[in-house]
Design a protein around this ligand. Structure first.
Ligand code: F6P
Length: 324
């Protein structure tokens, strides 16, 4: 048996929407590679930076003072040019120019799909799921989703105080263009009366009737969490106010959900995933995404991860109904 295949130089990149914990993951990739005696580069601003040759070698100090920070020190961006084969070949040539033999990509399904296209051109890729939406197939967990859910729950707690004081209905619009995970988790944890998600049909007329009945029975407030993919909370708020004749307000949380210091869960899991990604890549494993299943790190085939759609756990939908 010969020596195990070892890469001597790898790179790390964040891409797509930033999420809290991306820094912890990048830091873990960098420090693990250095620990193994492997050179490590950071690509700035995602695929855009790859095409612009915006990358530099990193040291252990490059990732100091980062584990507690939201955002991503590497920056992130969208690149139209990367969607073309010429663009991808240019990116690949830039990586090769610096001797980069493999790449860790931290991002959501769009970013990981980009990784699969680079892999098609022969670049070894390991992906890490980084998105607040928790919508990457094959993993229970994505980096940043826990922090974002906690941010939303904090907002729900505050909105409930004022809703109760005024006997108001408050609709809270949260992120999740295609996925209701964030709305569902924070809605259950925040004790919302209703959680509206793109995956499940709902009847606003019936909801209004139920709210009227609950107010008649003495309830002081009603909290409705709306995933942005389920429709506009502002528009729904107008309908709810008109149909119930109850004072109604709407709060659109927006990008506040994407920032902030990562929770312990996001710091720990991002660190564990970052280490696994670096170790796998330098020992010759590629075309995988590392995630979590039932509390354990698992590897998912990169092509499976990007070609399947994750569905919302029906148990969560049921629980939200039972507890409301
Ligand atoms: O994909 C993550 C996400 O936060 C979505 O939930 C949201 O719809 C989108 O990004 C917003 O993207 P942008 O930062 O481009 O406005």
């Amino acid at each position: 048996m010969g020596e195990p295949f070892m890469l001597k130089c790898i790179a790390v990149m964040t891409s797509g929407g930033d999420s809290p914990g991306m820094n912890a993951a990048s830091r873990a990739v960098v420090r693990t590679a250095l620990h193994e005696g492997v050179e490590v580069w950071g690509i700035n601003n995602g695929y855009k930076g790859m095409l612009e040759d915006d990358m530099c070698q990193l040291s252990s100090r490059s990732v100091s003072d980062l584990i507690q920070r939201g955002g991503t020190f590497l920056g992130t961006a969208r690149s139209k040019e990367f969607k073309t084969i010429e663009g991808r070949k240019k990116g690949l040539a830039n990586l090769k120019k610096h001797g980069i033999e493999g790449l860790v990509i931290i991002g959501g399904d769009g970013s990981l799909t980009g990784g699969s296209l680079l892999s098609d051109l022969g670049m070894p890729i390991v992906g890490l799921p980084g998105t607040i939406d928790n919508d990457v197939w094959g993993t229970d967990y994505t980096i940043g989703a826990d922090t974002a859910a906690n941010t939303i729950v904090d907002a729900i707690n505050k909105l409930r105080d004022t809703a109760s004081a005024h006997r108001r209905i408050i609709l809270i619009e949260v992120m999740g263009r295609k996925s209701g995970w964030l709305a569902m988790m924070s809605g259950i944890a925040g004790g919302a009366e209703y959680v509206l998600v793109p995956e499940v049909k709902f009847d606003l007329d019936q909801i209004c009737e139920e709210i009227k009945e609950s107010y008649a029975a003495g309830k002081r407030y009603s909290i409705i969490v709306v995933a942005e993919g389920a429709g506009s909370a502002v528009e729904m708020g107008k309908i709810v106010a008109e149909k119930t004749d109850i004072d109604t307000r709407v709060s659109v949380l927006g990008h506040i959900q994407r920032g902030g210091s990562p929770t312990v869960e996001d710091r720990m899991k991002a660190s564990m995933l970052g280490e696994r990604a670096a170790l796998a890549l330098i020992s010759g494993t590629s075309n995988v995404v590392f995630g979590f299943d039932a509390g354990k790190v698992v590897s998912i085939n990169l092509y499976d991860a990007v070609n399947h759609k994750k569905t919302l756990d029906p148990e969560l939908v049921r629980l939200a109904r039972v507890l409301a």
